[in-house]
Design a binder for this molecule. Structure first.
Ligand code: NA7
Length: 535
């Protein structure tokens, strides 16, 4: 007999762990699957040197369990990957969640059986299970996207994508290392690896506006103080625009007519660290191009002051987008790294890659011989983890067919034609701005409440109506109109590296505020799950 559960959960990361706990607490039988050999999702896979939070640790942790909050202390303001992975394992053990998950078990196929109103789950190893509901807690940046350069696979040295870093690590000492990409991941890798590498070549296609993270070790007194404030921190994150501890200045930049005063504010935010310059700035940060340009000029001056060689500094200053249009990498001494003798910056716009060779990377300007080649090239964002599975809804329609003209969802949680299938962090979520755990908790609690509502009313099938889906999808596209991020479509917000979205560069998120997001979800539920058909 095939194993049958109320809820199948795909992913044992931040969302999947909480989903397993929450559904079990509500009395549902659950079964989780994860391709990784361990718990942690993003924080299992991204074990490259320097990987750490860009949210303050105490704002990212779970808030649903006071026991967990009381029993865990973070050692750093922005914890590193090893500590985050330990935390998620601690949560799994503390809540006895490990027994709900099958690890090393990649879900390949999900098929909806209309007769039984159940989903069939098949893993790569051929394991089959049935579930009434599926919760895809598959993450929004979890499907690594290497470039499609000619000669890919020819390289004879050691190579890895940042999100598939080998558990045993990579010894870079004295080696010739190449890093392709210059996003937040590449910045973390470069600043960690450069001091040890024999030589490091950074292949940069687009420079980014990096801001200082200002990570610190937390003293015992600070830990105590932050732990005591844990619920206030979460309450604050629920109120702020982006779900972080940083709150926008209610004033518009245009109200502060004295430029010196504005610059003093940028300086103060630059020193505060984290996303302060982005999320604690004047409230027209996302709409006022002149203001964004002024912040950009402020940062460009910092780069010029920190990088000795003026030509290198100019390459590191973004020219095609202002600050605030992409997630700014958090850095520590990143710019000073370029003053070292063992680093070389290759501008891929001036000299594009022609091919990967057995011994390195060839550009139009010549070849770069390497021992280690690291791809920090990002992800098939938002849609990738879902589209890489074979998901078949009603009438055998695949998700690839359904989304052939871009993703369509209602609230980002459901897809018409795919009954009882829920997504925690796919397209049309507010992940542009949102602190991941804060929004994951909201979505998972909403799904759990919905399943309890179904059970209490003797219903077994829920799916979004085509009309509601149409409306939400348009709403997501419209949400970015008038915002400065619309000017910079070369980012994962627009799936610029996604094979399924590369040409169109559709906006893949919902660019509203976290309070609006929470209100919208609550409102839909309060109205009997408006826009969903429940049978
Ligand atoms: P990102 O932010 O998507 O960055 C990917 C980087 O890789 C970016 O610099 C890309 O340049 C570069 N890239 C992608 N494809 C290529 C090719 N073919 N050639 C050269 N360079 C390429 O991913 P990250 O992992 O850095 O960060 C993701 C999130 O994780 C981040 O927002 C944080 O929240 C944590 P491009 O800009 O496309 O020119």
């Amino acid at each position: 007999m095939i194993d049958t559960y109320d809820v199948a959960i795909i992913g044992a990361g931040v969302s999947g762990l909480y989903a397993a706990y929450k559904m079990r607490e509500q009395g549902f039988t659950v079964r989780g699957f994860d391709a990784a050999a361990g718990i942690g999702g993003t924080w299992y896979w991204n074990r490259y040197p320097g990987a750490r939070f860009d949210s303050e640790s105490y704002s990212y942790q779970y808030s649903f369990s006071q026991a967990i909050v009381n029993e865990w202390q973070w050692s750093e303001k922005f914890a590193g990957q090893p500590e985050i992975e330990r935390y998620l394992n601690f949560v799994a053990d503390r809540l006895d969640l490990r027994r709900e998950f099958e690890l090393g078990s990649r879900v390949e196929t999900l098929r909806y059986d209309e007769a039984s109103q159940m989903w069939e789950i098949v893993t790569a190893a051929g394991r089959r299970a049935m579930a009434r509901y599926v919760v895809a807690a598959t993450g929004f940046l979890s499907a690594p996207q290497p470039p499609d350069y000619e000669g890919e696979g020819d390289f004879k040295g050691l190579t890895a994508h940042s999100a598939r870093w080998p558990r045993e690590g990579i010894d870079v000492r004295g080696k010739r290392v190449g890093v392709i990409g210059s996003g937040p991941t590449a910045v973390q890798i470069v600043q960690s690896v450069a001091p040890d590498a024999g030589h490091l070549t950074l292949f940069q296609r687009t420079a980014n506006w990096c801001t200082p993270l200002r990570n610190t070790q937390l003293t015992a007194a600070e830990q105590q103080e932050l732990a005591a404030q844990a619920s206030d921190i979460v309450a604050l994150c629920k109120r702020t625009f982006a779900g972080f501890i940083h709150d926008m200045d209610p004033r518009m930049s245009t109200e502060v007519t004295d430029k010196a005063e504005r610059l003093a504010k940028y300086q103060e935010l630059y020193e505060r660290g984290g996303f302060a310059l982005w999320f604690a700035n004047y409230s027209d940060m996302f709409t006022n191009r002149d203001f964004a340009n002024e912040v950009s000029e402020f940062l460009a001056e910092k780069i010029r002051n920190r990088v000795n060689d003026p030509a290198t500094a100019e390459k590191l200053i973004p020219k095609n987008h202002p600050f605030g249009t992409k997630r700014p990498p958090g850095e520590k001494n990143y710019y000073e790294i370029f003053n070292r003798d063992n680093i070389e910056l290759v501008d891929l716009r001036a000299t594009p890659v022609t091919r990967i060779t057995p011994t390195g990377v060839e550009t139009t300007a010549g070849s770069h011989e390497l021992d280690i080649l690291i791809y920090a090239t990002g992800f098939q964002s938002l849609t990738g983890a879902l589209l890489r599975m074979d998901i078949r809804g009603e009438n055998g329609v695949t998700l690839q067919e359904k989304w052939s003209d871009g993703p369509r969802t209602h609230l980002g949680v459901q897809i018409a034609g795919f009954p009882n299938f829920f997504v925690t962090s796919g397209p049309h979520h507010p992940a542009v701005f949102c602190n991941a755990t804060r929004c994951a908790e909201t979505v998972i609690e909403w799904i759990a409440d919905c399943l309890v509502h179904m059970r209490n009313n003797g219903r077994t099938v829920i799916q979004s109506t085509p009309g509601a889906e149409e409306h939400w999808t348009e709403y997501c596209y419209n949400s970015v109109k008038g915002l400065i991020i619309e000017d910079m479509r070369d980012s994962w917000f627009f799936g610029n590296n996604n094979p399924d979205n590369k040409a169109e560069k559709r906006f893949l998120l919902w660019a509203g505020s976290v309070p609006d997001f929470n209100l919208t979800y609550a409102d839909v539920a309060a109205q009997g799950y408006r826009g969903f058909e429940i049978r």
